[in-house]
Design a protein around this ligand. Structure first.
Ligand code: PLP
Length: 450
């Protein structure tokens, strides 16, 4: 494709101009890095691409390889970079804090940690005002499950099939995709029907899927549960939006069973969905516990759990401790992220550009039978590829091929879904309409050559 494109360059979509030249790179080549990676890094790494890039610089929505070639990062790390790579205000906050104090723990007081906790708590409705910091989404969800179990005195947890919640013992249990489970003992976790409007048996009827949660409580537990945990939009699961009416109905079932609702906002939080700051807000229910990571630090390792003072009390006078969680450098980054989202109106931008991008992707669906579904909200969008639109046969090979060719044309997207056939489009929230056009034009060109 790259060769035929070279033959007629005028036909190729043009990447929008961007006023930044990365510094020269004198480090090892991509081949040398790949050989080190094979030798010294765990083999359990994902290879989305046949020829992985050696990325050495980043600026806002763009990444640069060792040769200075520019790529539009429409995956945003993995939905991690919300303000843009190396956003100057986030970088300044990190550098300034690093020069002053790199490390402190909850044994002492520190302004960077306390001020960010206060600013973060202000972003929540109701009584959600107590913050615990962690280093990742997995840790945040582990802590949330622990708190729910301590608070309710119950062990049973319900999560949704196809959801992803992390890779430690408890969260691997709550995760409901075979490829992320490793046959370790996980008791008391039940996976409810996925309210998937594209593939699910009940279409968009959220109440019918919600009935399954009621059945699990009735037949699979003592009638009492610790928690229901769910993403507002499944990210790893393939940008799957919960069917309308599902969450309020499940919420009421869980409350009757004495359980807590844990909202996993690791991907859908921090203004990504555009219409709201948190994904759960689109469903009109207020969680008991909210977990977050990824966007919170614009890619810096940071996670958090936010809950009510009453639930937070379960950890009072217990030796719950996290050495690095809430490190001042990370919380300084987090605080800067909140300010940038506000100052640059990134939530509004995610809504405007995301709606435009979704509409353009939907028109592509009318053009290519390979596109079975386009879904998502704001700048959290999914495109599902199928080889047969009636049977919805997952187009796994085609998904990889399109991604590889889009990468060669300068556009990086992710993939997910149970069958690995859903493009995940989660760019930094500063993404522009011109970049949305470029992405769709590149996808269009690539699909036209399939
Ligand atoms: N929850 C969700 C919704 C996620 O998407 C992820 C990671 O992809 C996690 C939890 C786990 O986060 P981490 O990889 O930071 O441990």
């Amino acid at each position: 494709l790259a060769q035929s494109a070279q033959e007629n360059e005028s036909l190729l979509p043009k990447m929008p101009p961007f006023d930044y030249t990365p510094p020269p790179y004198y480090g090892p080549s991509a081949e040398e890095i790949l050989s080190k990676r094979c030798q010294f890094l765990s083999p359990a790494v994902f290879h989305f691409f046949k020829n992985p890039l050696n990325l050495v610089d980043g600026k806002m929505q763009y990444l640069f390889d060792e040769k200075g070639r520019r790529y539009l990062d429409a995956f945003g790390g993995i939905a991690t970079v919300c303000c843009g790579h190396c956003h100057p205000e986030v970088v300044d906050a990190i550098v300034n804090q690093t020069k002053r104090l790199q490390h402190s723990t909850i044994l002492y007081l520190n302004p960077a940690i306390a001020e960010f906790a206060e600013a973060l708590a202000e972003k929540f409705p109701g009584d959600l005002k107590v913050v615990f910091f962690t280093n990742s989404g997995t840790e945040a969800n582990e802590l949330a499950l622990l708190m729910a179990r301590l608070y309710t005195g119950c062990h049973d947890v319900i999560s949704i099939r196809n959801g992803y919640h992390g890779n430690a013992a408890g969260t691997m249990g709550a995760t409901a995709q075979s490829s992320y489970k490793f046959n370790v003992v996980q008791t008391g976790v039940h996976h409810a029907l996925n309210p998937d409007q594209y593939r699910g048996s009940f279409g968009s009827d959220g109440l019918k899927y919600a009935k399954d949660v009621e059945d699990i409580v009735t037949y699979g537990t003592s009638g009492r549960v610790a928690a229901f945990i769910a993403e507002a939009i499944q990210g790893v699961g393939g940008i799957m939006e919960l069917a309308p009416g599902y969450l309020p109905a499940v919420y009421s079932t869980i409350k009757k069973a004495g359980g807590l609702y844990i909202a996993d906002e690791v991907q859908s939080g921090f203004a990504r969905t555009g219409s709201h700051f948190w994904g759960f807000e689109a469903h009109g229910v207020v969680p008991d516990i909210v977990t977050m990571a990824k966007g919170i630090g614009n890619g810096i390792p940071l996670g958090a759990v936010v809950t009510t003072p009453e639930i937070a009390k379960v950890l009072a006078y217990r030796s719950y401790f996290n050495t690095f969680g809430g490190n001042p450098v990370c919380t300084a980054a987090g605080h800067a992220v909140l300010k940038v989202i506000e100052k640059e109106k990134l939530q509004q931008n995610a809504l405007t550009v995301g709606s435009y991008l979704k509409q353009r992707l939907t028109s592509l669906k009318d053009k290519y039978e390979l596109i079975g579904d386009v879904r998502g909200r704001g700048l959290m969008l999914g495109v599902e590829l199928v080889t047969d639109s009636q049977l919805k046969t997952p187009a796994k090979v085609e998904t990889l091929n399109v991604m590889e060719q889009m990468k060669d044309m300068g556009v990086l997207i992710g993939k997910g879904g149970f069958f690995g056939n859903v493009f995940r489009i989660t760019p930094p929230l500063c993404f522009t309409k011109e970049e949305a056009d470029f992405l769709v034009d590149v996808m269009d060109y690539t699909l036209s050559k399939m």
